[in-house]
Design a protein around this ligand. Structure first.
Ligand code: PHE
Length: 371
């Protein structure tokens, strides 16, 4: 009898271990522990035994039942885990993928406008210059005739960086070499260019700029394009012609009217703010029109201040020039019709699909810079 039971136990545990799925395992369970099951039948025999027989057989049969029940439970857990793993593997979802078709990027309107600017100004003989986004006090302010005590420093809502703050506290700061802030405008590229190149100079410098400011038309990071011309005999007339030519090419129409308003920047003298005329089309402001309905301010400019030319080691009696600075994001909004700046930098694929450009849409003057 014990011999038989041992064989039965071996046989059952082998079948359980070999069960390839939950259905096969259930079949094993029914066969052993079901109503008509082998072990169930054995348990029933206990009732007919004498107390002495039961004392011996009881623990053996109960032990068999327990071993088989445990074996089934273990195998069940293993099979269930495998089933879950298989399901998780087959149902993997990449939540970062767009819901439709294959991922396809677009050229951001800011990049597109930067390419348009480079194309327009290259045609006028301007090269593209760059400078660091983390700047020194001297390049961002002092060299541009904005000394430490100048109120314009406060107006710029500057982000200062810890490295500069620490150096100042330790007394090791040098305004010319300690990188201490995020540039508040692209004008420090004027300084870097005049220091590294010999005039005549004709450059534009598009790039990121930073001010602690945030609403529908201001973001802490934004884009500017700087323009700088240094040569002999440069006058305000050259500035006016250059800007008019640029604005006409950019908005792709000839009926552009510019208005020059006297203004103030520490680094230009005289300083002029430039407005562009707009006409109302179905209640929307559209840049252009020979008889404007109103004016939109688009850029700041002026003749480079003598002190700035001197700070760069040039003789202001020999070299003169003009400079301008213009918000690129604002140019994009005026040309392509967005009325909120903040979504520019949200990275929302729907916005990018709507306002973005095809990578094949390379701006050229012959094909039209806006395409
Ligand atoms: N840097 C100025 C600004 O950010 C713009 C400017 C540039 C004005 C060059 C004059 C000349 O507001």
């Amino acid at each position: 009898m014990t011999q038989d039971l041992n064989q039965m136990r071996e046989h059952m545990l082998t079948a359980i271990a070999a069960a390839s799925g939950l259905d096969a395992l259930e079949a094993c369970r029914v066969e052993a522990l079901g109503k008509q099951g082998t072990i169930t039948a054995l348990l029933k025999t206990l009732g007919k035994m004498t107390p002495d027989e039961r004392l011996v057989q009881g623990p053996i049969i109960q032990g068999l039942r327990e071993a088989v029940a445990n074996g089934i439970a273990q195998r069940k857990a293993t099979l269930e885990r495998a089933a879950l793993d298989a399901r998780l593997a087959s149902e993997t979802l990449d939540m970062t993928l767009p819901a439709d078709a294959a991922p396809a990027g677009t050229i951001h309107p800011v990049s597109q406008v930067m390419d348009e600017l480079a194309e327009i100004f290259a045609d006028l003989g301007f090269a593209v210059a760059t400078g660091p986004e983390i700047e020194t006090d001297w390049h961002n302010f002092s060299a541009l005739n904005i000394p430490e005590t100048h109120p314009a420093r406060a107006m710029h809502d500057t982000f200062y960086i810890q490295q500069g703050i620490d150096a100042k506290a330790a007394g090791t700061a040098d305004e010319k070499t300690t990188f201490s802030l995020l540039r508040t405008h692209t004008s420090p590229v004027q300084i870097r260019t005049m220091l590294s190149q010999k005039p005549p100079i004709r450059i534009i410098a598009p790039g990121r700029t930073y001010r602690s400011d945030s609403d529908a038309t201001h973001t802490p990071m934004f884009h500017q394009v700087e323009g700088l011309v240094i040569d002999k005999g440069i006058t305000l007339g050259h500035l006016k012609w250059t800007l008019e030519t640029f604005v006409k090419a950019f908005f792709e129409r000839d009926d552009i009217v510019l208005r020059m308003r006297p203004s103030y920047f520490p680094f230009t003298e005289p300083s002029v703010e430039i407005d562009v005329g707009y006409t109302l089309v179905k209640g929307k402001r559209v840049v252009g029109g020979a008889e404007p309905d109103g004016w939109l301010e688009i850029l700041g400019s002026g003749m480079v201040h003598r002190k700035v030319i001197e700070a760069c080691g040039l003789d202001p009696d020999e070299w003169q020039g003009f400079a301008f600075g213009c918000g690129i994001d604002r140019l994009a909004m005026l040309k392509y019709g967005m009325d909120d700046l903040r979504p520019f930098f949200d990275g929302d694929i729907r916005w990018l699909k709507h306002y973005g450009f095809s990578s094949l849409d390379v701006p050229t003057l012959s094909a039209g810079v806006g395409a």
